[in-house]
Design a protein around this ligand. Sequence first.
Ligand SMILES: [Zn+2]
Length: 434
Amino acid sequence: MKRRPFHTVLFVLVAASAIVVATSLPAAAGADVSAVRYWTAPDHTRIVVDLTGEASYSTSVLTDPDRVVVLVVGGGIGAAQVVTPVGDGLVDRVRLNELQSGTQVVVDLSTASAHTVFPLKPYLTKPNRIVIDIFHEEQPGVAPPARPEAAGEITPRVIIIDPGHGGEDPGTLGNGVLVEKDIVLDISKRLAALLKSRGGYDVRLTRDGDYFVRLAKRKQIANASGGDVFISIHANSAPSKRADGTEVFYVSPRGASDQAARELADRENAADLVGGVSPDANGDVLSILVDLKMSDNVQKSSDLAGLVEDEVGRDRLGDCVIKQAGFLVLKSLAMPSILVEVGFLTNSSDVNKLKRASYRQSYAECLAAAIDHYFDRYAPVVAQDGGMHKVAPGETLWSIARRYDITIDDLRAMNGLDPRATIRVDQVLAVTRS
Ligand SMILES: [Zn+2]
């Protein structure tokens, strides 16, 4: 379809609607719309419009009913579905209209909502795209509730679990059987459930569904939650199909431990390019200088990585290697942090293992055990007056005593347990230091 002069398009739209924002991309012939996708996040709905090439577009907002309309100048509907039902409470559906001037992408809103529209350049397998974000009025998840400090209660350890990728950004596709974003979300949820069931942990996920969260937001969630530990979960890929097993990374001021680690960090750091971050988004968060607490955190991160290595080895979940690299998501965190690549999606043996729910559960149990041991080592929970502990599966008098920095004899004395007494799951023990 032939492209009309842009000002003509604008004039028509201004006459017809309340607000029009025109965005000029580099002059190009019109492009077809080849696909429409959407992702529902807690605070927004993202609509991604695939184009067959570069195109100019203009945005207008219409009321009664509320709509955001993006006109892709020139070109037609192409292979895209004409109507995409959404119905997530924010967006009813997305419709395409072929006009003489181009293709109209009409986002039918459930209620008037704030929006942003921005273009994305092609990246890897992704074509030119236009991203339309529709926001809920309130943006949950940014300011979490303060950590409970009530007298007589044990302050829980805040664990931030960060499932990589999501939404528009699938992560690695490996040999095409498994998708990284799905596998890492599943293991993350299993890990969160395990930690929650133990008690003493306050667990936060940086995403809990299939939507994209930019790297800066992940760090913002972690730092605002006052996290004690940050674990980012990913899956690996390599040119060699033989590469397999777990790799655990932590950030070190010394930089990447080898070229492969550097390249992996570059790939993971590109998530924002794939998932879509507006060019005017607050990108400077990514270049914050390394935190002053970093040196202490490096040692603790390295120790946590070692504990994961121990657990993975003990459970015979395959090889585990510890490496260092400059992952953006780990930088400038105010807490010890590691990034776990749970296996290679380019290796058929790893893929076969990760396909099994029982394996993913075992893997989550390893990570949970490593976190337990980490707090045994570094941060015994000091019981306040009146502190009580509910026994979780796998716990022993020894592990509970260590956790609260008391002796087994004290623990027995406080609870009237004789030396031969055993404890059972869900039993409630006094853990106040006498
Ligand atoms: Zn990844």
